[in-house]
Design a protein around this ligand. Structure first.
Ligand code: UGA
Length: 429
């Protein structure tokens, strides 16, 4: 099959490379000439394990190409997948202007019988608006579908190749058949639903995970009041099969380009349809307040942030990515700087991103953990990159009082105490 992917952001590039690896002819389209040129040279504009290799391999095999030309990309395509960004406004309204612009641009190039798939995360009902645009601008007969994406950054290629499920949202059997065929190399259950259920399912999946994180963060906060250890509480609840022991890492709140945005959008959508008293407003609010709340509490324990030298380890929003969108570091660093601390930062991959995301903040960036922690009064292990967790902090202990904030409860408190630091976790004894 010939497949076109519109939008070469994170989801677009990963999907293009993976569909190409199934033996289809895939064309990735972006209106950004520079991005397309880089992709043609096998350069991915972000760090994602295994992606560049797959991209190069598929381009070499002739399965994958990139263009800025709608006619070239869409003409003759059996399936056109729209994977453009839908950033939300501050109040949580999804900005669908890129989606609508792409739909308008592709409409006149569609071949007879094509399936147009929306992969971008969009509110339920959006397919009707896409249909209205196509009705006005397309002459070919087409079908519509919604196929949301569930990959995680940092493990995007393996998530796409080994998904828990493939969700297909469509309204006729012929479309389901073609899309099932497209995903047949994946050993995963296929869930066939309406487009609205697919769209709600995407929001619900992310909102559930974000709520789960917020829940365990709240439990961690309560543990601070009574001497309980949240890690022990997790082992108590996690063995209940209805609850499960996974995805229970308390910390400084969820970040990234998906959870904060999708929770905010679901809250906005709830208000829009008259469900003002919704859970998602609260989840969003609690997550937004979290860093201020924790840093204020730690401030009391360390005798104030003013004049402290602070090492922030882990600047990306999670390990194995250089993405700093809604990363805890983008709030933590300005916060402690504002309180009068001097900050030194380290990240294995996100130093370049940090130059951009923290450009207005006073921070000295370092290539090594040793350099970042040298002279620190407070070490904040913010993100659980394996090198940050594995580092021997005893080797850099200095002859002064030093605090160690374990923002993701990744360290053994006794080991850190033995190394000479005062250990401060999240909801731990
Ligand atoms: C998330 C979902 O996990 C994917 O299924 C979804 O496809 C994606 O959003 C999307 O909508 O595109 P991602 O944002 O890459 O993927 O990362 P996660 O690993 O889910 O982490 C999200 C945030 O939650 C991170 O800030 C992470 O540190 C935090 N988190 C995660 C916790 O605080 N505690 C946990 O137990 C797990």
């Amino acid at each position: 099959m010939k497949i076109t992917i519109i939008g070469t952001g994170f989801v677009g590039v990963v999907s293009a490379a993976v569909y190409a690896s199934f033996g289809h002819t895939v064309v990735g389209l972006d209106i950004d000439e520079k991005k397309v040129q880089a992709l043609r040279n096998g350069k991915v504009p972000f760090y994602e394990p295994g992606l560049e290799e797959l991209l190069l391999e598929q381009q070499k095999d002739g399965n994958l190409s990139f263009t800025t030309d709608y006619g070239e990309a869409v003409g003759g395509s059996d399936i056109v997948i729209i994977a453009v960004g839908t950033p939300s406004t501050d109040e949580g309204k999804a900005n669908l202007s890129y989606l609508y612009a792409a739909t308008e641009s592709l409409a006149s190039h569609l071949k007879e019988g094509v399936i147009v798939v929306v992969k971008s995360t969009v509110p339920p009902g959006t397919l009707d608006a896409v249909d209205d645009i196509l009705k006005t601008h397309a002459t070919a007969r087409y079908d519509l579908a919604s196929v949301p994406e569930f990959l995680r950054e940092g493990s995007a290629v393996s998530d796409t190749l080994n998904p828990d499920r493939v969700v297909l949202g469509a309204t006729n059997e012929k479309v389901f058949e073609v899309l099932e065929d497209l995903h047949s190399p994946l050993k995963a259950p296929i869930v066939k639903v309406t487009p609205e259920s697919a769209q709600m399912g995407k929001y619900a999946a992310n909102a559930y995970l974000a709520t789960r994180i917020t829940f365990i963060n709240q439990i961690a906060d309560l543990c601070e009041h009574n001497g309980a250890d949240v890690q022990e509480v997790i082992s108590v609840i996690g063995l209940d099969k209805r609850v499960g022991g996974h995805y229970w890492y308390p910390g400084f709140g969820y970040g990234g380009s998906c959870f904060p945005k999708d929770v905010k959008e679901l809250a906005y959508y709830s208000r829009l349809v008259g469900e003002d008293q919704n859970l998602f407003n609260k989840v969003n609010e609690l997550n937004n307040q979290r860093i201020n709340r924790l840093l204020t509490a730690y401030g009391k324990k360390i005798g104030g942030w003013e004049g402290k030298q602070v090492a922030v380890l882990g600047l990306s929003f999670k390990p194995n990515t250089d993405d700093m969108r809604e990363a805890p570091s983008t709030k933590v660093v300005p916060w402690v700087v504002e309180k009068g601390a001097e900050v030194h930062g380290f990240d294995p991959k996100a130093l370049k991103s940090a130059e951009y995301f923290l450009q207005d903040t006073q921070i000295e960036l370092h290539e090594t953990i040793e350099a970042a922690v040298a002279g620190a009064d407070v070490v904040i292990a913010l993100i659980e990159w394996s090198e940050i967790v594995a580092f021997d902090y005893a080797s850099t202990k200095e002859d002064k009082k030093q605090y160690f904030i374990d923002a993701r409860n990744q360290f053994n408190p006794e080991k850190i105490s033995k190394a000479g630091y005062e250990y401060l976790g999240v909801g731990r004894k």
